[in-house]
Design a protein around this ligand. Structure first.
Ligand code: NAD
Length: 304
């Protein structure tokens, strides 16, 4: 059976498929708009976020039984249409949670200690020591919105920095898990008003679209910090811009955007925001775990 690799995955995953007897077709060099021409006889494809698997693609892949996404988000796959054609859609939701959580801690530190700003200024020949007086994580309250896989990994790490951790989620944790993580439940409005740092770890759904908007930002503490490494659209970027510009918020960091790739934005004018290009899952170990796990899942699905 033939498995097409549309986006690069860890070599260990490719080797696993070969060892299991699959013919692996490397399609990573094919321009994305030409991919449908190459998928007619494939039994499975493996993708990351770059390949869009929409109706035209699925119709062209007449033999397709499995779509494997190395990673979490399935926004780039027309899942319902694939399922209606009997195609299984698999992903690796937990493989990169630690990678994302570590980035979030990095973003919090980068905002609080103005690391990215200091670096930028020094490269322009400046020595902005006075402007770089920051704040500590220690003793601050972290509000985690969405305490799923990534939210929990963030909680564990933030605890080591001496933060008090509160969370909001549609599902309340059982007491034992909450105690182990050292987190306390708050309803959303209470969390918004109490947290010094708010980090989002919810999926983008109609209910979570612009969950952080002008109205909620107004209810935050003066000098609060907002971090979004979940999905663009959960934070209203215009409202965030205004709050950063006015000084209502101390700072913010975004790894995800309403429109990606973000090439132009008024956010670029601001010194108190740290921007990264959707790199939460871009860590070697996370990608290796995702590559191996998706290869195993695709192989298992094809064999069954
Ligand atoms: P998860 O499913 O494990 O956790 C999501 C949590 O959000 C769940 O506990 C769920 O109950 C909660 N939730 C859902 N709707 C909610 C609502 N309306 N209000 C409050 N809570 C709600 O997901 P995860 O693996 O932890 O991923 C979290 C987010 O991170 C997702 O948006 C995912 O796409 C994103 N992500 C980003 C990157 C990156 O590169 N930046 C990488 C991986 C995942």
């Amino acid at each position: 059976m033939k498995v097409g690799i549309c986006d690069p995955i860890a070599q260990e995953g490719v080797e696993y498929l070969k060892k299991e007897g699959f013919e692996v077709i490397d399609l990573t060099g094919v321009p994305k708009d030409e991919l449908p021409k190459h998928v007619g006889d494939l039994d499975a494809i493996i993708i990351r976020s770059a390949t869009k698997v929409r109706k035209e693609f699925i119709d062209a892949a007449k033999n397709l039984k499995v779509i494997g996404r190395a990673g979490v988000g399935l926004d780039n796959v027309d899942v319902e249409y694939a399922k209606s054609k009997g195609i299984k859609v698999l992903n690796t939701p937990g493989a990169t949670s630690i990678s994302v959580a570590e980035l979030v801690i990095g973003l919090i530190l980068a905002v609080m200690r103005k690391i990215a700003y200091a670096d930028r200024e020094m490269r322009h020949g400046k020595w902005p020591k006075k402007k770089c007086k920051g704040i500590e994580m220690y003793g601050k309250t972290l509000g985690i919105i969405g305490i799923g896989r990534i939210g929990r990994e963030v909680a564990k790490r933030a605890r080591a920095f001496g933060m008090k951790i509160i969370y909001y989620d549609v599902f309340k944790l059982d007491d034992r898990t909450a105690n182990e993580l050292g987190v306390e439940y708050r309803d959303l409005d209470d969390l918004i008003g109490e947290a010094d740092v708010i980090t989002l770890h919810v999926p983008l759904l109609p209910e979570t679209k612009h969950m952080i908007n002008a109205e909620r930002i107004a209810k935050m503490k003066d000098g609060a910090i907002v971090i979004n490494a979940a999905r663009g659209g959960v934070v209203d970027e215009d409202a965030l811009y205004e709050a950063l510009k006015s000084g209502k918020l101390y700072g913010a960091a975004l790894d995800v955007y309403e429109h990606e790739p973000l090439k132009e934005s008024k956010l670029f004018e601001l010194d108190n925001i740290v921007l990264t290009p959707h790199i939460g899952a871009q860590a070697k170990e996370g990608q290796t775990r995702a590559g191996i796990e998706i290869a195993q899942k695709v192989a298992e699905a094809l064999k069954s």
